[in-house]
Design a protein around this ligand. Structure first.
Ligand SMILES: C[S@@+](CC[C@H](N)C(=O)[O-])C[C@H]1O[C@@H](n2cnc3c(N)ncnc32)[C@H](O)[C@@H]1O
Length: 651
């Protein structure tokens, strides 16, 4: 990914880089040596005491966090990436039980499941959490660690309950050499928090009583704003009600769960539940309840950008409750969104005026205009114009699929050491986390995100959903994020290198890079607007610049490290032929130009100042071979040329 903001570049000392590399490599080496070794038994009491102490320290902010590394000017997390493995694709009922004594070192126990009980408080660290777990009888104790994606509904997964099943446990070691069950994919840990014991469900009457109890517990939790608990209790009640064909009760619970899911952003489920809750009768009570359900479904469809669907749902709602003002307002908004989707005629001025830190995610539709995705020679897929586009015309206006702003607590930059290519990168891991959360909440979005380019392809192209819920391969999301995310810039202040704002625009992600682009991107909040910088013919590929550094070597190095390709555009081919001396001279003059630009304002410039600028501009121009650079931009001179174009001599 690339950031627009390079104000505070992060770097590590050579020693720190070496240390990170060495630790990760040693862990892999030791791991492969220990593969299949038997697990050493742990003594329960000291292990639980140690975890309890560490948890207390972490809560007080005093625990040493082994993931933190010293970078220039402070600390930030360091994460090793390198041995991706797919999440379990089977549902619990298809997995064979195993016990703690079956655990083998450095092994993915495929086809197995392990029932665990949390036996200590959770030690919450920056990019992972850990705790001690035991078998049901409390005879065996082991460490369990949850990687970066340790949150659900904004809460630590391990803290949501005590009883879990680990699907296909991965038994490995920490960087410190301690044995641990490690969870990376959130779907590999299934909660067993049940209100109702299976023995309670003796007959239909008992089932009705049990499901009603779940519903009431859900209602209480909702009143107390404990949404995860309300969701869990409604889900349990709904399952029982459906199993025992208690239709009316199932509809009531589904309607309530739709409301909670709407608040939790689980939009797919809102649609399913709201529709399942419809009664379809003519009495006033049924109409009132169905009107609620239509409103919930309409709101979810709107939030998913399914405007036509939302329109139909709100129209149904209006038939049942013609005087409902909220649905009328929504219908007006739907009309505007559909117009924007069709025409791209967003009111950018109005959007800009309404923009603030609290309203940074714009309520607008995505316009993909006259473009389509197709194969691009040597560059994978690319985006192409399907008709001619005038210079300055907006080509696409896309709302971010997911954005994390620097001022939000989710913003987190880490140093990632990738064992696959031995490179250390600055990576916005907070965005990866937010994308995973969003995909788990709305699994209908999984295919379009997983269709994006990433180095690691995972086990299968389409991410499956099991009976236990959606399955998201977090390693794939990480790799997709690395090659497709962009920085929308420091629009609200408070952004530094450690908390850079970043986002994923799923459609714009198909646009390839060129150092001589025909389109320029700008951002208003989370809206990306791509404009043509010159007239574009039908059938032409669209390009924007991922990196605008004028120096060839620096730019290539960044394109290779960050984006994984070497640019072979006309400008790069021309620049490649520049001698070392010409390159040095040009960089020297560009440095001079930068210093000049920082010093001199173009308004009311003195004649002598203008002459000085002209001299620098001419010097830069002369470093470009006239023949080789015919019709190519002389990018090192961009800043000074712009200054000259604006400069107004003092009268
Ligand atoms: C944001 S994606 C662009 C869409 C991508 N080509 C695809 O097939 O999905 C970025 C990736 O596209 C490829 N790419 C983009 N511009 C390129 C270029 N000028 N030359 C070669 N590969 C390029 C690189 O693999 C890069 O990591």
């Amino acid at each position: 990914m690339s950031f627009q903001n390079h104000e505070n570049t992060i770097y590590l000392t050579e020693q720190e880089v070496d240390r990170i590399r060495k630790t990760a490599k040693e862990r892999v080496k030791k791991g492969s040596e220990a593969r299949n070794d038997e697990r050493e038994q742990r003594e329960a009491t000291p292990a639980i005491q140690q975890a309890t102490g560490a948890s207390l320290m972490a809560d007080m902010g005093g625990a040493p966090d082994p993931d933190m590394t010293q970078a220039q000017g402070g600390t930030l997390p360091a994460v090793a990436i390198g041995q991706p493995y797919p999440p379990c694709a089977a549902s619990l009922d298809k997995l064979e039980p195993m016990s703690f004594s079956d655990l083998r070192m450095e092994t993915h126990h495929r086809g197995k499941k392990l029932v665990i009980k949390r036996a200590s408080p959770v030690v919450g660290l920056a990019v992972r959490s850990w705790c001690m777990v035991q078998d049901e009888e409390g005879k065996e104790t082991e460490r369990l660690e949850f990687g970066l994606h340790k949150l659900r509904h904004g809460e630590e997964v391990l803290e949501l309950t005590k009883h879990f099943v680990v699907k296909e446990p991965y038994f490995t070691t920490t960087d410190q050499g301690e044995a641990t069950i490690r969870i990376d994919h959130p779907s590999d840990l299934v909660s067993l928090a049940h209100e109702i014991a299976p023995s309670e469900l003796k007959d239909v009457a008992a089932a009705e009583k049990a499901a009603t109890r779940c519903k009431n517990k859900g209602n209480t939790a909702l009143k107390e704003q404990d949404l995860p608990e309300a969701y869990a209790r409604y889900s349990e009640g709904l399952k029982i009600a459906e199993e025992y064909s208690l239709l009316s009760l199932a509809r009531d619970i589904a309607r309530n769960r739709a409301y909670v899911s709407l608040l939790l952003g689980q939009l797919d489920e809102v649609l399913v539940d709201a529709k399942a809750s419809l009664i379809g009768k003519d009495d006033q009570r049924s109409k009132d309840l169905d009107s609620k359900a239509y409103f919930r479904a309409g709101s979810a469809a709107y939030a998913l950008g399914q405007y036509l669907g939302a329109k139909k749902l709100f129209e149904e709602q209006q038939k049942l409750a013609p005087n409902d003002k909220d649905a009328k307002t929504y219908l007006k908004r739907v009309t505007v969104r559909m117009r924007e989707q069709e025409s791209g005629m967003q009111d950018f001025t109005k959007i800009r005026v309404g923009l603030s830190k609290a309203r940074s995610r714009i309520d607008t539709a995505t316009f993909i205009g006259a473009t389509k995705v197709q194969q691009s020679p040597d560059k994978g897929r690319g985006l192409f114009a399907t008709r001619s586009i005038a210079a300055g015309e907006p080509i696409i206006c896309e709302k971010a699929f997911c954005v994390v702003w620097g001022h939000e607590k989710e913003a987190m930059t880490a140093m990632t050491y990738d064992l696959r290519d031995d490179r250390i990168r600055v990576s916005p891991v907070g965005l990866s986390k937010a994308i995973v959360q969003k995909l788990i909440s709305s699994p209908s979005q999984i295919p379009r995100v997983m269709d994006l380019f990433g180095d690691y392809q995972g086990a299968e192209k389409a991410a499956p959903t099991t009976r236990d819920g959606p399955v998201v391969d977090v390693f794939r999301v990480h790799d997709i994020m690395s090659r497709n995310a962009f920085g929308p810039g420091n629009q609200f202040g408070e952004e530094g290198a450690r908390n850079a704002s970043t986002g994923l625009w799923v459609y714009a992600a198909y646009i390839n890079h060129s150092c001589v682009p025909n389109a320029l991107k700008e951002y208003i909040g989370d809206l990306m607007i791509l404009r043509a910088t010159r007239a574009i013919k039908a059938g032409e590929e669209l390009f924007h610049a991922y990196d605008e550094t004028s120096d060839y070597e620096t730019r290539q190095a960044s394109l290779v490290t960050t984006w994984g390709f070497e640019c072979k555009c006309r400008l790069c081919e021309a620049q490649k032929k520049d001698s070392e001396e010409v390159r040095r001279k040009r960089e020297e003059l560009r440095g001079e130009a930068d210093a000049f630009l920082a010093r001199e304002h173009w308004a009311n410039a003195k004649r002598l100042t203008i002459v000085k600028a002209q001299k620098i501009a001419k010097g830069i121009e002369q470093t470009y071979d006239a023949e080789r650079y015919r019709n190519l931009p002389k990018t090192a001179g961009n800043g000074i040329q712009e200054w000259l174009a604006r400069a107004t001599p003092r009268r």
